[in-house]
Structures are given as C-alpha cells and as structure tokens.
Design a protein around this ligand. Structure first.
Ligand code: COA
Length: 168
C-alpha cells in the first residue's frame, strides 16, 4: 500500500473523525498497518523513545481491536502525524484495567493539540469498558498532559507512573 492508496482508502481503514481543519483521526481497524507508521515509530526510537520499538510486536499479538481497545492514527492529508493506543493492560492480571500506550507525535507536529485530542479519544473509549487506566511515561511534558485529564502519579508500581479511575 502506498501513500496514495492510504489517502484514498482511508475510510476503509477504520472510523475517521475530522477536526474540521484538515486533521483526521482514524481508529485503525485494517489488518495491515500503513507503511508510514514504520517511519513514525523509527523517528520515535531514534529520538530516544526505546519503548516505541515494541509497537509492532504488541500490535501483532493483539491489534487493539477488542472492545475498549483502539489504535488511533492522526493524519493531515497523506502524512501520518501521531499515534496512540488504548488496550488491556498487559502488565496486570485484571480484566478491568486498561492502558494508554505508544503515544507519539511527530516532532514537526507538536504543540498543535494532537496529543490532547488522542488522549481525549482514548478516554472516551475507556468509559464503560475499563475501571482503571494505567500508563508509564518518563516525560514531564506528557505527564502534565495526562494529569490534566485526571491521571494521578503513582510511585508504588514499576510498570506505571500514572493511574486513573475511569468515570462511569
Ligand atoms: C508528549 C507529546 C505526546 C505531546 O504531544 P503534542 O501533540 O505536542 O501535545 P499537545 O499539543 O496536544 O499539548 C497538550 C498539552 O501538553 C503540554 N505540552 C505539550 N508539549 C509541551 C511542551 N513542549 N512544553 C510544555 N508543555 C507541553 C501542554 O500542557 C499542552 O497543553 P497546552 O498547549 O494547552 O499548554 C509529544 O511531545 C511527544 O510525542 N513526545 C515524545 C514522546 C512521548 O514522550 N510520548 C509520551 C509517552 S507516554
């Protein structure tokens, strides 16, 4: 699949919502990932976010399509700008706990509210499915964003820096 077919077939790849300013968020359900996702993941890894290198293995083991799970991809025209996933937390044995993972915004597209929008979409999906959400971040910038949405810092858990109780 090339970038052109990504553009023309975008609506076949999942549910799309637009912000009215040319930015679309696709809840990706297609069985193939867009090739440009590899480039986004590479940018993340090369800029020091080693956790991003686990994305493809995580997607292969469960493509974030179960209830309460999603892979959100943000596009502007043909360009993939950002990604975020919400899924069952693989680090706890509790079917009511979900996790925000793989949140990354291309460096050239930051400070435009893209992460804010992705976190909101994840939290909307979480309602009615997960009782608790967890995540791990080593970024003070990202932590501020998550805390704005009700995540609380935690120090007692090696696999999470933030938790939140999902409102019913
Ligand atoms: C953290 C990250 C996802 C934020 O993405 P973004 O699209 O630039 O964030 P937004 O534009 O939606 O900003 C949301 C809020 O985050 C905070 N924020 C984002 N970038 C910031 C910066 N450089 N300095 C200070 N605050 C910042 C602000 O509170 C901002 O709200 P405001 O603009 O109303 O002040 C992005 O910088 C990134 O991908 N970083 C590298 C990967 C990473 O750390 N991912 C998180 C892993 S858990």
């Amino acid at each position: 699949m090339n970038d052109h077919s990504q553009q023309t077939d975008r609506h076949a790849m999942g549910t799309t919502t637009s912000n009215g300013a040319g930015v679309e968020v696709v809840r990706w359900t297609h069985s193939e990932l867009p090739p440009s996702l590899g480039e986004l993941v590479s940018e993340a890894v090369l800029s020091g976010h080693a956790w991003a290198s686990k994305f493809h293995a995580a997607w292969r083991s469960g493509p974030f399509t179960s209830p309460g799970e999603a892979l959100f991809l943000t596009f502007e025209g043909n360009q993939l700008l950002a990604m975020a996933a919400i899924c069952a937390d693989p680090f706890v044995d509790d079917a009511t706990t979900g996790r925000l993972r793989f949140i990354y915004v291309r460096s050239s597209a930051r400070r435009r509210g893209l992460a804010d929008r992705l976190v909101k979409d994840c939290l909307t999906l979480a309602r009615g499915r997960w009782r608790k959400l967890r995540l791990h971040t080593d970024s003070a910038v990202a932590a501020r964003l998550y805390e704005r949405y009700g995540f609380r810092p935690t120090v007692s858990d090696p696999r999470a820096t933030h938790v939140m109780d999902v409102p019913p």
